[in-house]
Design a protein around this ligand. Structure first.
Ligand SMILES: NC(=O)c1ccc[n+]([C@@H]2O[C@H](COP(=O)([O-])OP(=O)(O)OC[C@H]3O[C@@H](n4cnc5c(N)ncnc54)[C@H](O)[C@@H]3O)[C@@H](O)[C@H]2O)c1
Length: 446
């Protein structure tokens, strides 16, 4: 059977992009969200949130897309339902299942009304044991039906990065499927074979191994990022050291690879830190000391502390410290668990005057910092208003700042370049400018 009609429960950062991506392949999709405002926006043919290309997709494929607050409408009018609701982190590192449980109950009740076979897919990130101990029993209880016999169930988390969600969804490195039975897994595999623009590997397995795989992927990537950051601090102290020279060469080794191997300000965002902590929590529960994810997390926090100390060693109390780039990564407006935001908070707490600029995240920043900081209208203005300018992410806009902007700053100017955006651009030779590229020893800055 080919899947012709899909429903997506939860129209957030991931779910809205899935809706658009699936519709772009000619499949009819119905979105469900308990936020009526989101549903209304989708039904008007617009994206409910910002993500590159999303609005364009919603407009182009609006005939294939609809939305509702009602689970019944969605389940009765689709063959498969993806649950993409939040699983927020708890203080102990585990994930809350409150949204997933609510969605499973509602979906179960809707399933009870449906005569034909339906497949339920959990896409939200969950911890090992969730499918067997929470999702499956709730669906069975509220539908009165038997999993794998009356309805199919899969765990199918996505590996997407904000900023490139649609591209990643339609071109995944691999598709991970945990399945209640062979038929359900086969159906989902076929679905992906039809909608993916590439030919991804498809890893099918039982629930428990899929759940462990999902959190391991992000945790492994954070370890790699952290390794590069450790090298960065080492290179900075070794006469002539330059982290980019080292990581570039390391990346040529096919066992290592170059992706996510760059010294910088560490990792952040809605997924990496929490998935890494979750792996620790799961290991701890199993009586295994999670030394690797714990060390990764600790080192990542130290990155901010080290940059703070570097700034404090150079700053006068009256200095204005400008931070350029506050989203957790370039081309995003997301500031959740953002390393530059942690740095800004630490500087504020220590009494410095802070100037913030980000190409996309200004509204979100204003909600967090209010009147405690000043906001620059452009990258140029941020530089001109700073005694110390910290380039905290590598947004392409910053690469376009001309050297003359730094030279025009009437104050003494220290540029702390966390991603070496301006390395070898001659800033280091300009009078009145102290250029400090993170991860590069001063003897290598010529
Ligand atoms: N955002 C990412 O980068 C990313 C990447 C990989 C995995 N994930 C995982 O995907 C899941 C969703 O993440 P997100 O970032 O899209 O969340 P989000 O907070 O952006 O959106 C969640 C949406 O679900 C809706 N919702 C909540 N409860 C609901 C319910 N009972 N019924 C219907 N709608 C409901 C909310 O109104 C919201 O629109 C999480 O488990 C997350 O870990 C997210």
């Amino acid at each position: 059977m080919d899947i012709k009609r899909v429903s997506v429960i939860g129209l957030g950062k991931l779910g809205a992009c899935m809706l658009a991506g699936i519709a772009s392949k000619g499949v009819k999709v119905i979105g469900v969200d308990n936020d009526a405002a989101r549903v209304k926006i989708v039904n008007q043919g617009h994206a409910p949130l910002f993500e590159p290309r999303l609005e364009q997709f919603f407009r182009r494929y609006k005939k294939k897309i609809s939305a509702s607050t009602d689970y019944y409408t969605a389940v009765l009018n689709s063959d498969i339902s993806f649950i993409v609701v939040p699983t927020p982190s708890l203080a102990n590192g585990e994930f809350s299942l409150s949204f997933v449980a609510k969605a499973a109950k509602e979906l179960g009740k809707a399933l009870a009304q449906k005569q034909s076979y339906h497949t339920v897919v959990l896409t939200s990130t969950v911890l090992p044991g969730t499918m067997d101990n929470c999702v499956k029993p709730l669906l069975e209880r509220f539908s009165g039906k038997k999993c794998a016999k009356d309805f199919g169930l899969c765990y199918n988390p996505e590996f997407i990065a904000l900023g490139t969600v649609i591209k990643n969804f339609l071109n995944p490195d691999f598709v991970l499927i945990g399945e209640s039975d062979k038929n359900s897994g086969f159906l989902l595999e076929k679905f992906y074979r039809n909608i993916c623009e590439n030919k991804p590997a498809i890893a099918r397995m039982d629930f428990i191994n899929a759940e462990l795989t999902k959190i391991s992927v992000n945790s492994f990537v954070t370890t790699k990022i952290t390794f590069a950051n450790m090298l960065s601090f080492m290179a900075q102290k070794l006469p002539g050291g330059n982290v980019d020279v080292v990581t570039k060469a390391l990346g040529y080794d096919s066992r290592i690879g170059s992706r996510y191997l760059k010294g910088g300000l560490g990792f952040g965002g809605p997924c990496f830190p929490r998935d890494n902590s979750a792996l620790s929590a799961v290991a701890g529960k199993l009586g295994i000391e999670a030394t690797i994810p714990k060390a990764t997390d600790k080192f990542n926090r130290q990155v901010i502390l080290s940059v703070f100390k570097l700034i404090a060693a150079k700053a006068k109390k009256s200095d204005s410290i400008g931070i350029l780039g506050l989203s957790y990564k370039p081309l995003s407006n997301v500031i959740e668990e953002s390393q530059p935001v942690f740095l800004a908070k630490k500087l504020l707490k220590s009494g410095y005057r802070v100037v913030l600029y980000d190409p996309l995240a200004m509204n979100n920043l204003k909600m967090v910092f209010g009147k405690k900081v000043s906001y620059a209208k452009s990258a140029r203005q941020a530089v001109l208003n700073s005694d110390i300018a910290v380039i905290a992410n590598s947004d392409p806009e910053f690469m376009r700042i001309k050297n003359s902007v730094f030279e025009n700053n009437r104050r003494r100017l220290i540029v702390i370049d966390c991603w070496r955006v301006f390395f070898n651009r001659g800033l280091e030779r300009k009078q009145g400018i102290e250029y400090v590229p993170l991860g590069v020893n001063s003897a290598a800055v010529k």
